[in-house]
Ligand binder design. Structure first.
Ligand code: ADP
Ligand code: MG
Length: 241
């Protein structure tokens, strides 16, 4: 993916959440975003997903400029897959039905085609035996994997993941991280917010450290994390496991 962000600014009320942020990446598969809580990571992801409109700035993904008017955004959002930290599965539907519903309702796929796609993905991510369970009958890790599959099924150009493991018990984290690594290996384009630095190194082609609405450091994950230059990142890393 190529991503160009120029002078991106966003306020909530009087609070400047993104502050003339700039980013230019070319030919990367995975962008990892790290930074302290409240620094603007989720807001940045939501702007890229077309879910939040900035006051100022421009974003271009693979040469296509995001136009922040409702008509454009409605179509644009269908091309982007987003997974948030709370998995937001429909509680009254089975895992399989959760994956199929948006395919039918939002993307107008025929039932047969939707089933086929869902079954294939459930198989690929070893969830076939759980496909008829409701979310409350699945572990947190399984629920998050269903949420990821649901997004994958939409065949989106990009996958945006906002702290996909933060709501999970530690022993469930690795199965979700493995799933994300598999996607990375398949060559899916990912933008991912994570608190896990070892994972950031393993999965990321490029890393940005976002603090107070700005990118304070960026580059290859190993290089940035092994050799932090700003006091902010040094301080942040000293508090991270
Ligand atoms: P991060 O994901 O890095 O923790 P966020 O992007 O969620 O940071 O939030 C950045 C700041 O913007 C925080 O201070 C948060 O309280 C504020 N904020 C985020 N979303 C909203 C909103 N919808 N309304 C008002 N303030 C918000
Ligand atoms: Mg966040």
């Amino acid at each position: 993916m190529n991503l160009n962000i120029e002078n991106l600014s966003k306020k909530f009320g009087s609070q400047q959440v993104l502050s003339e942020l700039n980013l230019r990446i070319k030919d990367k598969h995975s962008l990892v975003i790290i930074g302290p809580s409240g620094g603007g990571k989720s807001t940045l992801l939501k702007v890229v997903a077309g879910l939040v409109s900035p006051e100022d700035g421009r974003i271009e993904i693979n040469g296509e400029k995001i136009n922040f008017d409702e008509k454009y955004l409605n179509e644009y959002r269908k091309t982007i897959g987003v997974v948030f930290q709370a998995y937001n599965l429909f509680p009254h539907l089975s895992a399989l039905e959760n994956i199929i519903l948006p395919l039918e309702k939002v993307h107008n796929l025929e039932k047969k085609e939707a089933y086929k796609r869902a079954e294939n993905l459930l198989e690929q991510f070893k969830l076939t035996e759980h496909k008829n369970k409701k979310p409350n009958q699945l572990s947190g890790g399984q629920q998050q994997r269903v949420a990821i599959i649901r997004t994958l099924a939409l065949d989106s150009k990009f996958l945006l993941l906002d702290e996909p493991t933060s709501a999970l018990d530690p022993y469930l984290v690795s199965e979700v991280l493995d799933t994300i690594m598999d996607l990375r290996r398949e060559g899916r384009d990912l933008i991912l917010v994570t608190h896990q630095m070892s994972f950031a190194k393993a999965v990321g082609d490029y890393l940005i450290y976002v603090d107070k609405g700005k990118i304070l450091e960026e580059g290859h994950p190993e290089e940035v994390l092994n050799n932090p230059k700003t006091e902010e990142l040094k301080n942040f890393l000293s508090k991270t496991l």
